[in-house]
Design a protein around this ligand. Structure first.
Ligand SMILES: [Zn+2]
Length: 446
């Protein structure tokens, strides 16, 4: 074994490693994990970080579903605020969605605009998704070569005019195009026809909003996606699954060899329709938060391995766009911004259900890293980036919106008791501090 002095040595009686929970010393050199050895070995470090008895060392979380919105809608969210919120929540890598910024990330030129804005402001590492919209099939390959991690498309209205949705034939065309170079298509799966047929009753009643986005809209769109993935052989990913009724169909498609992965989000795993107060538009997101029984079955889907990962879909807007005065769900912008709270929200519920911390962290760190092919992220193992979080799994706190770092701290979790506190976050072996030290990631290079 090397007797060299590491830049940093972390000593933890509890650390979540790929081999399970271990008592370890982690040696960090040049921002990478150079050694993971049993606690007591006595690695030498220029700096030493010793975890407290109530703390667990986690790999930094990877959140592959974040809307930063800068430039263009920077008043909704920006790179500095989003990545600070990420760090405060133990998230050390985010992958930014291609829409709600202006321009959207639908061409290489637009990607460059986004990167220029992100480069000096990122407190954690940032990667980018590209967008697949009507008419940009020829941009997909150049975007892939420029390092985006895959492509997002909508099957129904995205909510913003500059990011159109794909019809079924375009979905197939783009998936075939991506398959030619091994690209990944990530899909907002709600079916526009089903949404059109649903009752559209405006107002403050959550049940009316829920009825306007029925589960069938998700299952119909997912069926179309499975069909496209089957015929093209392409690799597809279902974003923010809310509808648990779709799980048997997903299971059958996967058993048959269709290349399909699935994510869900903290709000679908912790909130339920019966407890959304009328007019409480902070809870509005699409697809919507459904009933308790649905939530229970999403948890079962995770435990069964049918849902691969949990990511936040951090989708902020200005407080005004949430229409707090009228409380009208139809008018309010949809999206729950929970980058800073995701781990605590999921862990609080997981704990209640007897799901171990290691499993939660797998869904939120190694899982998303694997989805996007970030080989140096998502694990406490030699060769990986020393992205780490110090987490107190039994400590509790009450959500105070004024302590959230994202730009418009509207949250459905205000006042909620949560368990699990992120006490410290390290990016490549250094505390995330006052200077933005994040880097921009390219597919295949990290
Ligand atoms: Zn989203």
């Amino acid at each position: 074994m090397s007797t060299a002095t590491h830049d940093l040595v972390v000593r933890a009686a509890r650390a979540l490693t790929p081999d399970g929970e271990r008592a370890v010393e982690v040696g960090v050199t040049d921002g990478r994990i150079a050694a993971v050895v049993p606690l007591g070995t006595g690695l030498a470090g220029a700096e030493v970080l010793e975890l407290a008895e109530d703390e667990v060392l986690l790999p930094g979380l990877v959140d592959s579903h974040v809307h930063v919105n800068e430039p263009g809608r920077t008043e909704w969210e920006g790179f500095a605020t989003a990545t600070r919120a990420a760090a405060a929540g133990g998230v050390t890598t985010i992958v930014d969605m291609p829409l709600n910024s202006l321009p959207p990330t639908t061409s290489v030129a637009n990607l460059e605009v986004k990167k220029q804005r992100a480069v000096d402001q990122a407190f954690v590492d940032v990667g980018f998704w590209g967008g697949a919209v009507p008419g940009n099939t020829a941009d997909l390959r150049p975007l892939h070569d420029a390092g985006v991690f895959g492509f997002k498309c909508f099957l129904a209205d995205s909510g913003v005019p500059e990011f159109g949705h794909l019809e079924t034939d375009e979905l197939r065309t783009d998936l075939a195009e991506l398959t030619a170079f091994g690209g990944l298509l990530i899909v907002h799966a709600e079916d526009p026809g089903t949404l059109e047929d649903a009752p559209q009753e405006p107002g403050r009643a959550y049940k009316d909003f829920l009825a306007s986005r029925p589960a069938k809209a998700e299952s119909t769109a997912i069926a179309a996606l499975i069909d496209a993935a089957r015929t093209t052989g392409g690799r597809a990913h279902v974003l923010h699954l809310s509808d648990a009724d779709s799980l048997p169909m997903i299971a059958a498609a996967r058993a048959e060899g269709v290349r399909l992965t699935v994510e869900t989000c903290p709000h679908y795993l912790s909130l339920d329709a019966d407890h959304v107060p009328d007019g409480a538009t902070a809870y509005k997101c699409c697809p919507p938060i459904r009933e308790q029984d649905n939530q229970d079955r999403l948890w079962q889907g995770l435990r069964d391995g049918l849902i691969d990962i949990v990511v936040t879909d951090h989708s902020p807007a200005t407080a005004e766009l949430k229409q707090p005065a009228s409380g009208d769900f139809a008018e309010a912008w949809g999206g729950v911004a929970s980058l800073q709270l995701g781990l605590a929200v999921v862990w609080t519920e997981a704990r209640r259900r007897g799901v171990p911390l290691a499993q939660v962290v797998g869904w939120m760190s190694a899982g998303p890293a694997a989805l996007v092919g970030l080989e140096r992220k998502g694990g406490i193992a030699v060769g990986k980036d020393a992205d780490l979080a110090v987490f107190a799994p039994d400590a509790t706190f009450v959500v105070d919106p004024t302590r959230l770092h994202h730009k418009n701290p509207v949250t459905p979790y205000a006042g909620r008791d949560l368990t699990g506190v992120v006490r410290r976050t390290l990016l490549r072996g250094r505390d995330v501090g006052d200077e933005p030290a994040g880097t921009l990631l390219r597919r295949g290079e990290a």
